[in-house]
Write a protein that binds this ligand. Structure first.
Ligand SMILES: *[C@@H]1O[C@H](CO)[C@@H](O)[C@H](O)[C@H]1NC(C)=O
Ligand SMILES: *[C@@H]1O[C@H](CO)[C@@H](O)[C@H](O)[C@H]1NC(C)=O
Ligand SMILES: *[C@@H]1O[C@H](CO)[C@@H](O)[C@H](O)[C@H]1NC(C)=O
Ligand SMILES: *[C@@H]1O[C@H](CO)[C@@H](O)[C@H](O)[C@H]1NC(C)=O
Length: 320
């Protein structure tokens, strides 16, 4: 092999470690309304430094993300569970996409290298098939997750949720709308795990906020009101994570406290049947599956997940 060929191979190798370009629509959700329950985007989570991203891949829209350019993580992604099972999708892909339009205001794969954090998906790759699956591997859909939390607690909730939503929503003619959010922690950025690496590696650091909490809100929309339901999960992004189930209206009350935002938050217009009996039944099925199979106990008292300082400064109605 000639020296020149080797050099270009090395160069190619470097490029493939770098991310591909996704070219989503940055700046408006107008072509992404199908991912929102009743076409209404969630309100109250914007800041002056958030960007609306209509995630596009291979010229088709795939899901929606509100990206926080100050913290370099998404505040949330909104998506629909793919109705069919598609076994054999890869769990990992070598390449993550990034958005050239966000320029330096986004995380890059290097931010996660040599750190103790996973590059965790908000719209989970396991909820999508084929091109939609591929499209979840974009850095604008990723946040640093504690590996134990991500690979054990959160992924088990995701797996069980997928089974239940397939059986109790998609297969019954409903549409499962989901939103997963990451709460940026005030001052915790991805640190360098090994201080020595700071010297031998030209990598940016202390740029990406580590979320304190992750949450997922679920809305099964159905013409028949007895099949319509919603609920939510909230968990702490740490090894010994506590997880709670809560109703969507309770989530609306808790999020302003966690995100430290002044206004009201509305995840799903009209809360999507948050009082329905069906929701309680599906939750119970999820709870017992998690407990029996994985020994994860979902707690009813989500107030214990709120940080004490924020509890004191609570301006809305106190959590019950
Ligand atoms: C939405 O899609 C239309 C048709 O493809 C396109 O012309 C328009 O620019 C898109 N809107 C935004 C905000 O990008
Ligand atoms: C659906 O919900 C019922 C309760 O309404 C539950 O017993 C059942 O296990 C659920 N799961 C599936 C996959 O149908
Ligand atoms: C959590 O789910 C259980 C059903 O297993 C339900 O009884 C309880 O009310 C839920 N908690 C909240 C806060 O909604
Ligand atoms: C409480 O909230 C007010 C207004 O949002 C803010 O100015 C103050 O710094 C907060 N205090 C604490 C202890 O977080």
């Amino acid at each position: 092999m000639s020296r020149q060929t080797m050099d270009s191979l090395v160069l190619l190798g470097c490029i493939s470690l770098w991310a591909g370009l996704a070219l989503a629509e940055v700046g408006s959700f107008s072509n992404c309304t199908e991912y929102f329950y009743r076409g209404a985007e969630p309100s109250g989570l914007h800041t002056p430094r958030t960007a609306e991203i209509c995630q596009r891949y291979k010229n088709q829209y795939r899901f929606a993300t509100l990206y926080d350019k100050a913290n370099r993580i998404p505040r949330w992604s909104a998506y629909i569970l793919h109705p069919s099972n598609c076994p054999g999708q890869p769990w990992r892909l070598g390449k993550w996409f990034m958005e050239p339009q966000l320029r330096s205001n986004q995380a890059v794969s290097k931010d996660y290298e040599d750190t103790s954090y996973d590059q965790g998906h908000l719209n989970p790759n396991s909820f999508q098939c084929d091109e939609n699956h591929r499209a979840t591997f974009t850095l604008t859909n990723a946040a640093p997750m504690n590996p134990c939390f991500n690979r054990i607690h959160w992924s088990k909730v995701e797996r069980t949720l997928k089974t239940q939503l397939t059986g109790n929503c998609s297969n019954l003619g409903g549409t499962p709308y989901l939103m997963t959010g990451a709460v940026p922690s005030n001052n915790v950025k991805i640190p360098i795990q090994d201080e020595d690496k700071e010297w031998d590696r030209d990598r940016p650091y202390n740029r990406v906020s580590v979320p304190s909490h992750l949450w997922t809100a679920v809305c099964c929309n159905h013409q028949d009101k007895t099949h319509k339901f919603s609920f939510a999960f909230l968990g702490e992004n740490k090894e010994e994570s506590k997880l709670s189930n809560l109703s969507v209206d309770q989530l609306n009350e808790v999020l302003p406290c966690l995100y430290n935002t002044p206004g009201q938050i509305k995840i799903f217009k009209d809360d999507c049947g948050s009082k329905s009996q069906k929701g309680q039944e599906v939750l119970l099925a999820i709870k017992s599956a998690l407990y029996n199979t994985f020994q994860i106990l979902l707690s009813d008292s989500y107030s214990q997940l709120l940080p004490p300082v924020k509890m004191i400064n609570w301006t809305g109605r106190p959590p019950r």
